[in-house]
Design a binder for this molecule. Structure first.
Ligand SMILES: Nc1ncnc2c1ncn2[C@@H]1O[C@H](COP(=O)(O)OP(=O)(O)OP(=O)(O)O)[C@@H](O)[C@H]1O
Ligand SMILES: [Mg+2]
Length: 111
């Protein structure tokens, strides 16, 4: 479903990701783990198109989506639920997670 291949990501001159690979398969929950500041959020931003990559590529169902805008990736069902102060404070944890379903039709919403 999702294949991240050898991506680099920069914030200005600072390199946050170097040669990251990640694979997520349909029907499985994939967990990206690491210590603080290692680049988990940056990886998700790259997948969602919220921040550009400087090397590598991102495939969605075999299609290279590396240069697609964030809204075009959202239409394919790619969403990021933020952390920390970016959450909806009046929603529960479950409801916050469910906001990730927003771009896709109700009939397609499953885990
Ligand atoms: N907007 C930004 N501008 C500059 N550097 C940034 C920016 N966002 C993150 N970084 C840096 O990029 C690196 C990776 O950060 P990132 O937030 O992706 O890590 P993380 O694994 O999600 O961390 P945490 O466990 O704290 O959520 C860190 O060194 C961080 O300081
Ligand atoms: Mg993070």
């Amino acid at each position: 479903m999702l294949q991240v291949e050898n991506i680099d990501l920069h914030y200005g001159a600072a390199q946050a990701l170097k040669g990251v690979w990640l694979k997520a398969e349909t029907g499985k929950v994939t967990c990206l783990m690491g210590r603080n500041g290692v680049g988990k959020t940056s990886t998700l931003r790259a997948v969602a198109g919220q921040h550009g990559i400087s090397a590598g590529r991102i495939l969605w169902d075999g299609e290279d989506i590396s240069s697609l805008a964030a809204h075009a990736r959202a239409r394919k069902g790619i969403a990021v639920v933020p952390q920390g102060r970016e959450i909806f404070p009046l929603l529960s944890v479950k409801e916050n997670l469910e906001t990730g379903y927003a771009p896709i039709a109700r009939k397609d919403r499953f885990i």
